[in-house]
Design a protein around this ligand. Structure first.
Ligand code: F6P
Length: 329
């Protein structure tokens, strides 16, 4: 094993830099050269790279974003793109490619297996936490922290004005962020894929209205609804309109958006990224088609197909806590 290439791909997540650092420092210990390609798979298409030295990565553990930049890459869905990426890897005599990213990035990696015979290793990094075979993905804990701090501030003004707030959080099509942030902020309601779908919208809205009205009578406080993105028709503005039009309930909307992806990674993400990076370099020597995860405190290797194809539901304990605390079930 002489050369490892690294890319960060898909939605950036706090802790990606900590993972790059960990890989480069681990490689240095073993005399393996590290090459970073920029802008995800695009860097491999366009042969845009840098050699990654210890000096370069030593001070980046606390930095959000990714020094290698990130992007999504449509060409990875086409044979021509995959061949070009394989050619670049062969040209640079790369023995293993480590992809730091989410499930879209890992699907690209699986497709590449047909055209390139080097070892392919995945490190799960996405704020969405929507990958199986790891309790948490890199970036998830930081995103929860950022969203919690933001909603705590919204809570102050919600209480002062006794206002209903609809706060949209990210998560793509999963509710890990919504449920965790909803519980951490004491939200009065959490609307996510796990407790709401297109057939149940009316029912969910009616329950919400009852909850808002009874809270208004009982205490003079705000009412915070944490809403998962891509859930309600027309998003938070759609829900706002539905509440206004049918039940005359006024509300304010706040979309947290990309602040959830930014900022310095929290210690949990830095440590997770460091551990996964070390194991990725070990795995790169003798395995391929593998994702490194951490389950119940143990760093583990899993078939990348299982990691991307298996569903990762929100923890049942979080549902139960929500039912009991918010809905008084
Ligand atoms: O996967 C991370 C994520 O931030 C999702 O939560 C969100 O739906 C998506 O990326 C946004 O993607 P883009 O950066 O392409 O707007």
């Amino acid at each position: 094993m002489k050369r490892i290439a690294i890319i960060t791909s898909g939605g950036d997540a706090p802790g990606m830099n900590a993972a790059i650092r960990s890989i480069v420092l681990s490689c240095h210990d073993e005399n393996i050269q590290c090459i970073g390609f920029y802008h995800g798979y695009n860097g491999l298409l366009n042969d845009e790279f840098s050699y990654l030295s210890v000096d370069l990565v030593a001070p980046i553990i606390q930095r959000g974003g990714t020094i290698l930049k990130s992007a999504r890459c449509k060409e990875m869905h086409q044979d021509a793109g995959l061949k070009q990426v394989a050619n670049t890897l062969t040209k640079h005599k790369i023995d293993a490619l480590i992809v730091i990213g989410g499930d879209g990035s890992f699907r690209g990696m699986m497709a590449l297996q047909t055209y390139w015979s080097g070892n392919l290793i995945g490190i799960p990094a996405t704020i969405d936490n929507d990958l199986a075979c790891t309790d948490k993905t890199i970036g998830f804990a930081s995103a929860i922290h950022t969203a919690t701090q933001a909603i705590d501030k919204i809570r102050d003004t919600a209480n002062a004005f006794e206002r209903v707030f609809i706060v949209e959080v990210m998560g793509r099509h999963s509710g890990h962020i919504a449920f965790n942030v909803g519980l951490a902020t004491g939200a009065e309601a959490i609307l996510s894929f796990e407790n709401c779908n297109i057939e149940s919208l009316d029912l969910v809205k009616n329950d919400l209205v009852t909850q808002i009205q009874s809270q208004k009578q009982a205490h003079q406080n705000g009412f915070v609804i944490v809403l998962a993105e891509n859930l309600w028709p027309n998003g938070p503005l759609g829900l706002q309109k539905d509440l206004q039009d049918t039940d005359n309930i006024e509300s304010a909307v706040c979309v947290l958006g990309y602040i959830q992806r930014g900022g310095s990674p929290c210690p949990e993400d830095r440590i997770l990224a460091t551990e996964l990076g070390i194991e990725a370099v070990k795995a790169a020597k003798d395995s391929t088609g593998v994702m490194i995860g951490k389950i119940a405190g143990q760093v583990t290797r899993h078939c990348i197909i299982r990691a991307t194809e298996q569903n990762k539901p929100v923890d049942q304990a979080l549902h139960s806590a929500y039912q009991q605390i918010c809905l008084g079930a």
